[in-house]
Design a protein around this ligand. Structure first.
Ligand SMILES: O=c1ccn([C@H]2C[C@H](O)[C@@H](COP(=O)(O)OP(=O)(O)OP(=O)(O)O)O2)c(=O)[nH]1
Length: 168
């Protein structure tokens, strides 16, 4: 599946949720950072105080939650004309640090930079692309293949639609 298809699927969920107030993007950035924290918590590899640093079974699901917001932030930025186009496979590839601890922090740093710069400089396409690529890189570093990520994303997307139908 290509990225355009994923953006299309996410747009379906976006319409289903249907939240359009002005504070949406600022809430979405926080929601994404929370998901990154949940993902790190499932990974456990930074818990130097614990004997158990093995990832827990919900790691991929948490990663997929974050991936929803990565895509959704792109759609939002496009609608607000903060970016000119969404990334495609032609110019997106995973960007990785040597270690996972710093990858998590780079993802968070790039989120904060993206939020700070949107609305201030004309277009944030480069910043959004790097943010996207760092998140893809994180997925690879956590040991997931693109197929696994896509599958987990689609499963959670379906559950998110069901939650909306059930008045979550
Ligand atoms: O505008 C939005 C809002 C939410 N989501 C998705 C992302 C994620 O897959 C889910 C929200 O995360 P989660 O399932 O962790 O929600 P929660 O309400 O924090 O769940 P829980 O109470 O189970 O922790 O909804 C979007 O894609 N776009």
């Amino acid at each position: 599946m290509n990225l355009s298809k994923l953006f299309e699927i996410q747009n379906g969920l976006r319409n289903h949720i249907g939240y359009a107030k002005e504070d949406k993007l600022e809430k979405m950035f926080l929601a994404f950072i929370v998901e990154v924290g949940e993902c790190a918590n499932e990974w456990r590899g930074f818990k130097y105080w614990s004997q158990n640093q093995e990832p827990k079974e919900k790691l991929l699901e948490e990663y997929a939650d974050g991936f929803h917001f990565v895509i959704d932030i792109g759609i939002e930025l496009l609608e607000k004309e903060e970016i000119k186009s969404l990334p495609t496979f032609n110019h997106v590839y995973p960007v990785k640090n040597p270690d996972i601890v710093n990858q998590f922090k780079d993802v968070i740093r790039s989120t904060i930079i993206l939020e700070m710069l949107q609305g201030v400089i004309s277009y944030v396409d480069d910043e959004y692309r790097l943010f996207f690529q760092l998140y893809l890189g994180l997925g690879e570093m956590l040991g997931f293949t693109w197929d696994q990520i896509e599958q987990a994303y689609l499963e959670k997307n379906k559950e998110n639609h069901e939650r909306q139908n059930n008045g979550y």
